[in-house]
Design a protein around this ligand. Sequence first.
Ligand code: OGA
Ligand code: NI
Length: 340
Amino acid sequence: MSSVKELVESKCLSSVPSNYICLENPEDSILNYETDNIPTIDFSQLTSSNPSVRSKAIKQLGDACRDWGFFMLINHGVSEILRDEVIRTSQGFFDLTEKEKMEHAGRNLFDPIRYGTSFNVTVDKTLFWRDYLKCHVHPHFNAPSKPPGFSQTLEEYITKGRELVEELLEGISLSLGLEENYIHKRMNVDLGSQLLVINCYPPCPNPELVMGLPAHTDHGLLTLLMQNELGGLQIQHNGKWIPVHPLPNSFLINTGDHMEILTNGKYKSVVHRAVANTKATRISVGTAHGPKLDTIVGPAPELVGDDNTASYRAIKYSDYIELQQNHELDGKSCLDRIRI
Ligand code: OGA
Ligand code: NI
């Protein structure tokens, strides 16, 4: 199976090979998108020593999780230099020879480092216009040794990402009327799983015929995403697809399936997808932050009651990941598989 990058570079590609042609035209469904943008959360307010500023930010955070499941995080303190370096070295990884990258062509979901293409080539009916590198970076850090500096840059970046997410999880716990460290303790966040996913979407001659990454939701509690200057992410909101245009230097954060399970549906995991473009290679860097892999996640007892019975069955986090990754992405959330 060749990578999309190799396909694009090996031929002067003037049209899309038939095995990439997606029957659902991504442009059809965005005809009537809304003009309003996703909410913005100011991280410096969330960590303010002024209690009234902080509690206002926590309320905004809760509203964003409940009404959108997606928001931009600004004033987060992660330097632009570090972010640019992550994008630059990620591009450097995909620019290695196919032979060098194939050293990481893992077969198994829980391989520490896995390079590949599409979503899961053993189940995909059509191929997707993306190559990826996935590294399990917490509780054990793993990253390729090439290109030079890549691993060190990633380690610094994912540590910063964890700090942001831990703070967000405290704010989210409070927004739910729970103790500040509720999610922390219940989800074993100290030993929580952090999966780094770097997506590479090479330019495509007919982006309207392919999908970069088809509609899906993310497993885990929160995903933190940044991208190079090219857009392509779309989220589903009130039944419509909305293209996301993040503010410069912001992070995109979305609630994942395990936040939906834990909150018994109060905070929803939002369906999203990525489309290709003609111009240049788009790189996006996501980190999915979840519970410790062997944690059994079900709705929090504090959030269920007689008038709000549990809507999801409890399942071990690692089993859920397998459930998601071993099925074709068919536009529906994997949550449907565990709904009661
Ligand atoms: C993902 C994802 C979106 C993007 O990797 O799960 O949704 O914009 N990526 O690349
Ligand atoms: Ni995603």
